[in-house]
Structure formats: structure tokens, C-alpha cells
Ligand binder design. Sequence first.
Ligand code: AMP
Ligand code: MG
Length: 355
Amino acid sequence: MKRFYRKICVSLLVVISVAVTGCGKQTRYTAVDTVMGTIVTQTIYGAEDVTGRIKALLADLETKELSWRVVGSAVANINAAAGSGEITAVPEKLNQDLNTLLGISEKSGGAFDITIAPVVRLWNIDSWAAGVNPAEMESETTEKSAEESQNPSALIPTPDEISKALISTGYEQIEKTEDGILLPAGMSIDLGAAGKGIACDRIVEFLAKNKVDGAVVAVGGSVLVYGEKPDHTPWQVAIVDPLDTAKKLGVLSLAGQWCVSTSGDYERFVEVDGVRYHHILNPATGYPAESGVRSVTIVCKSGILSDALSTACFVLGIEDGMKLAESYGAEALFVDDAGNVFLTDGMKQIFVRKK
Ligand code: AMP
Ligand code: MG
């Protein structure tokens, strides 16, 4: 019998509480779907049910632009052209997103790096379903899985494998032109650390065009709040306690449009011999980042920034992470190994600690 960790719900990172009172002409529409390899939870206030259109928008974003697995997506095309000498032209919005992400790589001194893809593949992180420990999953039909189920340490790459994979990483080696990109042979990109935030940005555009009054959309660990609730009270976004994911640490109280992204070591991980190997890698070592941090939450207007910065700040740790977040005008909340909470000044205004 499969022994799944009973944390699937926790994989959302947040619990969204939406208090609904007198709705006037607005109607409240809700939907929960699996899109972009994650759970997408929507609550929309408006005259029309647009949840299906938002789901379709995200599915399109995944298959046409972001997924490295889908042949013909922009990212798959970029990866396929590595070493060809030919610049791959990139759709305009994604091109801007790539520029933003390369900027974060530079400002974070490489703590954030979309060329970490070969190391992510080596660790097989995408097979670590959110909240499920692969070491405890029933063996699959593949040889590797059978080996792993008998010998969980087979889940951990050897130092030699990691050193070899690291050779094919390094954002500085990307050739970026005004509207395109070229990777050296053997390199590939993975937008897993920013894709859900990019999705939030695309949803904001859609909501504005479609005159939606208010919305809360959680795309995995990135949450978008938008507009107003019918009762005009602030949106409430709960923060999971990374030391006990069944508990909430507190709540963010937000008015208007904001993006909230959390990166935590409890989202995807595998435990072998009592050691937790999580999904946020230090590009300098190829191993899960050990920065003394258990989770980082970033709040800012931009989804791509909140998502990428939460990953970058997790790798950098509290001191350098705080500086990076502040340099982007973003607010940050760090939880360290001992459960201590560190907040930027602006975060102190919006975070209400649970008593
Ligand atoms: P997030 O949950 O947003 O922090 O993103 C983590 C995901 O981004 C991982 O599952 C990897 O696919 C990828 N990733 C891991 N470490 C890094 C890193 N240092 N820089 C960029 N992407 C990363
Ligand atoms: Mg991220």
C-alpha cells in the first residue's frame, strides 16, 4: 500500500481565507484545478465566471512557453537549439521575463540560476511530487525506481555526477540578444523557480482586461490577490509554519493587487538516512541550499519577481537575501532553522503573527 505523506493540502503553502459577505451584483466563482504541474485555486468576484478561461490561459502558458518537456514550447526550443550557434527568437513577454531572471542571477551573485536545469534533472526533483517522499512511494515500473525503492540512497546523486552536471551550468554563459537567446552546447534552462510567478503576472493582465472586481488565485506556492472583496476588507493570505506545516505562522493582510510567493524546504523533498534533501539547490555546490533558512516569503506587485526572489533569497540566507529583496523594493519574511522570523520593515506592516 502506498504510504503518501498526508501533506498534499500543505503543498499549496498557503491557506486562503476569503470572507464573503453581502455580494451586491457581484458573484463569487471558485475553481480548483491541476495546471502547470501544480494545484491552482481560484476565487473570483465579478459579473462573469472566468475561472475556465484562466485555467486555459495557464495551460497555454505551460505548453507554448514554459515547459521544457513539451516539444515546441519556447523553453524546449531554446534548449533544443543549445550549441547550434543560432539565436532562438523568444515571444516578447517571455523575452522580458528572461531579462528579468538574468538580472536576478546577476544581482544574487548566481544564487538564482535558470541554467541549473541539468542538476535539477540529475536530482530528479520533478519526480518528487509535492508533499510526497519518493523514498516511501511504491516502486514504479522503471529500473531506477525499483532500485530506489530498495535502496533510497540511490535517490541521491554521487558527488562525481553532481560535479559533471555543474559543468553544464552558469548563467554567464548565456548569449542574450535583444529578442532572443542562445545556450552553449550541453546547457539547458528550467523556469521552475519563476513559472508560477510568471503565471500570476499573466493572470493580472487577464483580470484587468476582463474587468474582474476581485480575485485570489493560488498557483502552487505563488498567490495573487487582486482588486477588492465585496465587503472591502483586506485579503488574508496565511503563511505556513515551515517547522510544523500543519500550523500557520501568521497572516498577511493585503489591500489591492499583490503577489506572494513562498519557497520552503517542505514543498518537495526526499529524506534519506534522516537527512532531508529539498528542491532548492545552491548553484555553487549542486546540493540543496543550506543557508539556515526553512522558508522565505516575498511580497511585491510583480509575480515573476516574488517567485524568483523567494528562491534566490532562500539560497542566499537571511542577511544577503534581505538586501536582495530590498534592492527590488520587495518585502520579505524569513523563517530560520530555529523558527525565528525575520521581516523587512514593510513586511512588519502587513504580517500579523499568530498568537
Ligand atoms: P521555488 O519552489 O519557486 O523556490 O522553485 C524551486 C524550483 O526551481 C526547483 O524545483 C527547481 O526546478 C528550480 N531551482 C532549484 N534551485 C534553483 C536555483 N538556485 N535557481 C533557479 N532555479 C532553481
Ligand atoms: Mg520561486
